[in-house]
Design a binder for this molecule. Structure first.
Ligand code: CA
Length: 357
């Protein structure tokens, strides 16, 4: 197995497709000021302190690079995209976005962040597209912001950074958000967050709480909670996008179906009710996945085989995973030209409603 070499200085060549990277992060400097205030207060969430507390204060080269890139929406970002052969980034407010803030600040800053992103898209309309940030702390305000994002800012997807202060969207109190996303035909990118207090300790003591493993486990759990709560039975046209090869759920699909059937039959949990379809059916019909952070041909091909080639999208995870060599490796995948173009370009154009050039 050949894994990409992160130290290479090679550049991707021209390709018969656009490379549209679909899980790329940014942070308005004003949000970092809010984070600094939160981090200097009492009772800081340990996962948030471990994640943004680290990136915002570490002198390490990696952390400094990430902070520089997150806050640049012009020359530096465009140069890095050009170096990597990335034609377009679909941008999302970096995790945890507004979800770590108090309700009033979260609602008002989501609007500010969306306006900030819309300005950057207006400056570089052929290079950037974006997702709408919302504050799940106030589901009705989030629904309104989805409406505003789609109709006034021209963004066609929503980003939610997994749990909101330990609460999951499977709780019906959040379902106005799903109703708005479905009504506006805007898929929700369920992006990782740092682990909530109930999960953090056993992952953190092994150094596995972050993107290496913990993020994927927690976000996969969140997606499964959405499925088993019957969200897609209630909102059949709702679509989710999951990064990191669907947070490994495609690989779990067989066992999820088998054990969900067995658990429903046993009536062991009040929370596990019969669904109209099997868990894997919702994965195939209501979920798109991206390969953010996983430039690995066998996983991409398996997912295309399971979900369909129209449901697997390219993403880099810039700036957290900023690797030119991965683009070269993915260009070189043994795959039909049609499927490769879907992966890099046309699936993103469809899902995010990016007008073809
Ligand atoms: Ca990411």
């Amino acid at each position: 197995m050949q894994l990409p070499d992160p130290s290479s200085t090679r550049h991707p060549g021209p390709a018969p497709y656009l490379r549209i990277a679909t899980e790329e992060a940014f942070a308005p400097p004003e949000m970092l000021e809010i984070y600094r205030r939160i981090l200097s207060g009492a009772n800081v969430d340990p996962g948030f302190r471990g994640l943004m507390g680290f990136y915002m204060s570490s002198p390490s080269e990696r952390a400094q690079h990430i902070m520089r890139c997150l806050t640049d929406m012009d020359a530096l970002r465009l140069k890095h995209m050009d170096d990597c052969g990335v034609d377009m980034q679909v941008l999302a407010l970096t995790s945890p976005g507004v979800q770590v803030m108090d309700k009033a600040t979260a609602v008002s800053f989501a609007r500010i962040a969306n306006d900030y992103l819309a300005d950057a898209i207006r400056r570089h309309p052929t290079r950037f597209a974006g997702m709408i940030a919302v504050a799940p702390q106030d589901p009705q305000a989030a629904a309104k912001e989805i409406e505003r994002g789609v109709s006034q800012l021209g963004m066609n997807a929503v980003v939610i950074n997994s749990h909101t202060q330990g609460e999951y969207l499977s709780d019906t109190k959040f379902w106005d958000i799903f109703a708005a996303a479905e009504a506006h035909d805007a898929p929700i990118y369920l992006h990782p967050n740092s682990l909530p207090p109930g999960m953090y300790e056993p992952f953190m003591e092994a150094g596995l709480d972050g993107a290496i493993y913990g993020f994927g486990v927690e976000t996969g759990l969140h997606a499964l909670r959405i499925i088993t709560a019957g969200v897609f039975d209630r909102f059949p046209k709702l679509r989710l996008i999951l990064g990191h090869m669907g947070e490994a759920l495609p690989f779990w699909a067989y066992r999820l179906d088998y054990m969900h059937r067995a658990t429903v039959k046993s009536q062991r949990y009040d929370s596990v009710k019969p669904l109209r379809r099997q868990p894997s059916d919702y994965l195939r019909e209501n979920v798109y996945i991206t390969n953010s952070g996983v430039a690995w041909e066998p996983a991409i091909k398996f997912s295309q085989d399971f979900l369909g080639a129209d449901r697997v999208l390219y993403a880099m995870d810039y700036p957290y995973q900023h690797a030119v060599d991965e683009v070269i490796a993915l260009d070189g995948m043994t795959m039909s030209p049609e499927h490769k173009k879907r992966f890099f370009q046309t699936n993103a154009e469809t899902v995010f409603k990016i007008p073809p050039r």
